[in-house]
Design a protein around this ligand. Structure first.
Ligand code: HEC
Ligand code: HEC
Length: 284
């Protein structure tokens, strides 16, 4: 039950952060610039604080929480990838990202809001359905993520829907990523938690198969997964080289996972609000 235990610890750390202490991780696992996570210290009073707290619960418990579960089609939670509920300094951090929106999205070919961007992760990374704009689940998640940008100056992003701490792309290395090298590395560095068959264990969620992210998700692209692995995995001690990250990413993404077709992940038009994007092709 290491995985569940770890999540409880993370939730405790975050709950402490809601009082008057920051959930500051003193270690910087990426070994990059000595930047520390610094989420806000205190929840606002009243109903707003309650809704932010609700959003945090949903981010940690997306596949089980009654408000989000109907929209999730796999075993993942937002925090499976946005580590520490998005308060991890490097692993797809939520810190500061509300400042980047509204932002231009090449994928949707529209200017999207933070709410749009969060809801789109339900369709792809969570292999589920997009919750309605303005719904309780959507507002709570967006309120939590916005709270994590407290006191940060607005820097709307004209190029991509990404905030100031987004995962940096890795330089492609000379060798092509190798699935066979990746298989050996996966067995050594990943299988202890994600299992030899990739379907997950008590110590880590599934990384392929029916309960994983679909092939329209960001992580289904090898360069994106490689870049995320470099700063995020193995959990709490990411030490892979760029070349190893590419090989493992090629191996992980060589397996079967759900296929993404936008029309199957959008709710009926009258339950959608407005889908801020174009038709049924692009998945990047
Ligand atoms: C399978 C992994 C995964 C899951 C699960 C996931 N995401 Fe993401 N999400 C990503 C990746 C990867 C990015 C791109 C981050 C980057 O490039 O820095 C991203 C980007 C985002 C962004 C934009 C970040 C920015 O810098 O502006 C938001 C907002 C977001 N996700 C919200 C959510 C929410 C809310 C959930 C849960 C409902 C969720 N995500 C679940 C992988 C995931
Ligand atoms: C010590 C256990 C552990 C090890 C070792 C580990 N992971 Fe993870 N991994 C986790 C946990 C736990 C999460 C979810 C984090 C959370 O919920 O807080 C996760 C999340 C992930 C995710 C995003 C969610 C998903 O399941 O798709 C991917 C992809 C992933 N790990 C791949 C890897 C790869 C590849 C390696 C080897 C380089 C690796 N992990 C090593 C525990 C581990």
């Amino acid at each position: 039950m290491r995985w569940l235990g770890w999540m409880c610890v993370a939730m405790m750390v975050v709950s402490i952060a809601s009082g008057d202490e920051v959930g500051d991780r003193s270690a910087n696992p990426s070994g990059d610039a000595p930047e520390h996570a610094s989420g806000p210290r205190q929840l606002p009073p009243g109903e707003l604080g309650r809704v932010i707290e609700l959003g945090r619960e949903i981010v940690f418990n997306t596949s089980e929480h009654p408000l989000s579960k109907p929209y999730v089609g796999n075993a993942l939670n937002c925090t499976s990838c946005h580590l520490d509920g998005g308060q991890h300094p490097t692993a797809a951090s939520f810190l500061g990202i509300a400042t980047a929106y509204p932002a231009w999205s090449p994928r949707e070919q529209r200017v999207v809001t933070l709410q749009d961007r969060s809801l789109n992760c339900f369709m792809r990374s969570q292999n589920g359905t997009r919750p309605p704009l303005g719904s309780e689940v959507s507002v709570a998640i967006t309120a939590y993520i916005t709270w994590l940008s407290t006191d940060q100056p607005i820097r709307q992003n004209p190029n991509k829907p990404l905030g100031p701490r987004h995962v940096p792309a890795l330089d492609a290395h000379e060798q092509q990523p190798s699935v066979s090298r990746g298989a050996v590395l996966y067995a050594d560095h990943c299988a202890s938690c994600h299992a030899d068959n990739g379907l997950g264990s008590d110590d880590g969620p599934p990384v392929w198969g029916d309960d994983s992210y679909n092939d329209g998700a960001g992580l289904s692209r090898v360069p994106k997964l490689a870049a995320w692995l470099k700063v995020a995995m193995p959990l709490d001690d990411p030490y892979l080289s760029a070349a190893e990250s590419f090989d493992i990413a090629a191996f992980v993404n060589s397996h079967r996972r759900p296929h993404f077709e936008l029309s199957k992940h959008l709710p009926a038009a009258d339950a959608r609000g407005e889908y801020n994007g174009v038709s049924d092709e692009g998945h990047h």
